[in-house]
Design a protein around this ligand. Structure first.
Ligand code: ADP
Length: 448
C-alpha cells in the first residue's frame, strides 16, 4: 500500500479523499492555488504545496507544477478527484512516466472513452445499445443532413469534447440542421479548442440513469447498481439518488450487464460510470462514460456499504475487488448545495460565508469543505457541499432530506437550499414521476 498520496484537486472532493487516506494510515499532500490558502483540504492534509495563482490553468490544471509538488514531497501516488485533470489521458501518462501511480485508469482507457464519439463506437462494438446517429464525427453539413433525413428529427448535436451540460444543441426542424451543425462546430471550436461534433437521435422525455462500475488489475469488472440523475437544470445534475424509483431488478440486471460488458471490453480498471438514457418503453441507450469518481458517488456508497475512494486506492495499489454483487439496501438521496441564487436564475453567488450550521443526526451525511468565515472563490465550481440522506426506503430518505435542509444554515451567500426544500415537498417528485425535463416546468416558488 502507498505511504503517501498527493491529491490533485480542491474543495469537498480533496477533503473526501484526505478523510479516507487518514483512515487507511496514508499520508496526504494537498496542492492549492493562492485563492485556496485557507481551505480545509490544505489544513487537513499532512503537507501542502502552493502551485500557483487562482486560475485553473495556472494551478489545478498545471501538470508540471503538480508533478513537481509530488517529487518535492516524495508522494507515491496521485489522486485526481473529479473535474480538472481527472479525465486527462496525458496526465495519467505523465504521472506513470514520472514514477507516480495515477489513481485512475490508464491513458488508453481514458482515450477510448474520453472522446464521446469514440466511446459510442467502443460501446457499440461491445454490443451495448447506443442511441442511433452519426458514426462518429460528422464530416460535413451535407453528411449531417443525410443522417438526419434517415433518423428523423428531433436530433441532438453534441460536441465531442463537451461536458458538464455544455456543447449540445437540439434541432426540431430538418431544414435547420445545416445551419445548426455549422454553429455547433464554431461554438465547440471556441469553447473546447475542438470543433468536432456528432449527431444523435433526441430521445423524448428520457430518464438519466447511470451505472457505477469498478474494475481491478486482475481482470474483474463489477457494477454497483444505478443512480437516478434525471433532476437536471440545463443538463446539469442537481439531485441524485440510488436506487432509481423506476428501475426494476430486471432493468438493473440488464443495464448492469451492459455496463460491465462495455467496460470489460476495454479492460477497464478503477472507478467508472456508464451513463444511459432510459426511454418511456424501458429501452436504454449508452450516452457516455466518465472515467473517474463522480460527484454523486456517495449515494451509491450509502446503499452498498462500500467506501469507493478506498476501493480506488486499493485497486490502484494492485488489490483485488470482490465479485460478489452488492444490491442496494435502503435508499440514499443527494442534493447539491451550490452557491447560486435560485431567485435570480441560479446566478453564481460567491463570497464570504458569515454563518454556517451543518445538519446532522441519524442517516445524514454532509460532504463539504466550507465553514463560517470561509470565502467561496469565484474561480471554480460553485459547490458548497453535498447533503446526503439515507433511510429504509425512498420516502424516509426524502423526509430526512426535507428536515435536514430545514436545519441547514448558510448565511452571507445565496444557495440552492430553498430550491431543494421546495422540490422535496413536490408531489410529482415524491411519487418518482419525472424525467430529465422535470425542472423546466417546476416552479420552486409554488412547488405543488
Ligand atoms: P455532459 O457530458 O455535458 O454531461 P451528456 O452526454 O452526459 O453531456 O448529456 C447530458 C444530458 O443531456 C443528459 O443527462 C440528458 O438529459 C441530455 N441528453 C443527452 N443526449 C440526449 C439524447 N440523445 N436525447 C435526449 N436527451 C439527451
Amino acid at each position: 500500500m502507498f505511504s503517501k498520496i498527493l491529491i490533485a484537486n480542491r474543495g469537498e472532493i480533496a477533503l473526501r479523499i484526505i478523510r479516507t487516506c487518514r483512515e487507511m494510515g496514508i499520508k496526504t499532500v494537498a496542492v492549492y492555488s493562492e485563492a485556496d490558502r485557507h481551505s480545509l483540504h490544505v489544513r487537513f492534509a499532512d503537507e501542502a504545496v502552493c502551485i500557483g495563482p487562482p486560475p485553473g490553468k495556472e494551478s489545478y490544471l498545471n501538470i508540471p507544477r503538480i508533478i513537481s509538488a509530488a517529487h518535492l514531497t516524495n508522494a507515491e501516488a496521485i489522486h485526481p478527484g473529479y473535474g480538472f485533470l481527472a479525465e486527462n489521458a496525458e496526465f495519467s501518462d505523465i504521472c506513470d512516466a514520472s514514477g507516480f501511480t495515477f489513481i485512475g485508469p490508464k491513458p488508453h482507457m481514458i482515450e477510448a472513452m474520453g472522446d464521446k464519439a469514440r466511446a459510442k463506437e467502443t460501446m457499440k462494438a461491445a454490443g451495448v445499445p447506443v442511441v442511433r446517429g452519426s458514426d462518429g464525427v460528422v464530416k460535413s453539413v451535407d453528411e449531417a443532413r443525410q443522417i438526419v433525413e434517415s433518423i428523423g428529427v428531433p436530433v441532438i448535436i453534441k460536441a465531442v469534447a463537451g461536458g458538464g451540460g455544455r456543447g449540445m444543441r437540439i434541432v426540431h426542424k430538418i431544414e435547420e440542421v445545416e445551419q445548426q451543425v455549422a454553429m455547433a462546430q464554431a461554438e465547440a471550436a471556441a469553447a473546447f479548442s475542438n470543433g468536432d461534433v456528432y449527431i444523435e437521435k433526441y430521445i423524448e422525455k428520457p430518464r438519466h440513469i447511470e451505472i457505477q462500475v469498478f474494475g481491478d488489475t486482475h481482470g474483474t469488472v463489477v457494477h454497483y447498481n444505478e443512480r437516478e440523475c434525471s433532476i437536471q437544470r440545463r443538463h446539469q445534475k442537481l439531485v441524485e439518488e440510488s436506487p432509481s424509483p423506476v428501475v426494476t431488478e430486471e432493468i438493473r440486471n440488464a443495464m448492469g450487464a451492459a455496463a460491465v460488458k462495455g467496460s470489460a471490453s476495454v479492460g477497464y480498471v478503477g472507478a467508472g460510470t456508464i451513463e444511459f438514457l432510459l426511454d418511456k418503453s424501458n429501452n436504454f441507450y449508452f450516452m457516455e462514460m466518465n472515467t473517474r469518481i463522480q460527484v454523486e458517488h456517495p449515494v451509491t456508497e450509502q446503499v452498498i456499504g462500500l467506501d469507493l475512494i478506498r476501493q480506488q486506492i486499493h485497486v490502484a495499489a494492485g488489490g483485488k475487488i470482490s465479485k460478489r454483487p452488492r444490491r442496494p439496501e435502503g435508499h440514499a438521496i443527494e442534493c447539491r448545495i451550490n452557491a447560486e441564487d435560485p431567485e435570480k436564475d441560479f446566478r453564481p453567488s460567491p463570497g464570504m460565508i458569515t454563518s454556517f450550521h451543518a445538519p446532522g443526526g441519524y442517516g445524514v451525511r454532509l460532504d463539504s469543505h466550507v465553514y463560517a468565515g470561509y470565502m467561496i472563490p469565484p474561480y471554480y465550481d460553485s459547490l458548497v457541499g453535498k447533503l446526503i440522506t439515507f433511510g429504509g426506503d425512498r420516502e424516509e430518505a426524502i423526509d430526512r432530506m426535507q428536515s435536514s435542509l430545514d436545519e441547514m444554515i448558510v448565511e452571507g451567500i445565496k444557495t440552492t437550499i430553498p430550491f431543494h426544500r421546495a422540490l422535496m415537498r413536490n408531489d410529482r417528485f415524491r411519487n418518482g414521476d419525472f424525467d430529465t425535463h422535470f425542472l423546466e416546468t417546476f416552479d420552486w416558488k409554488s412547488p405543488q
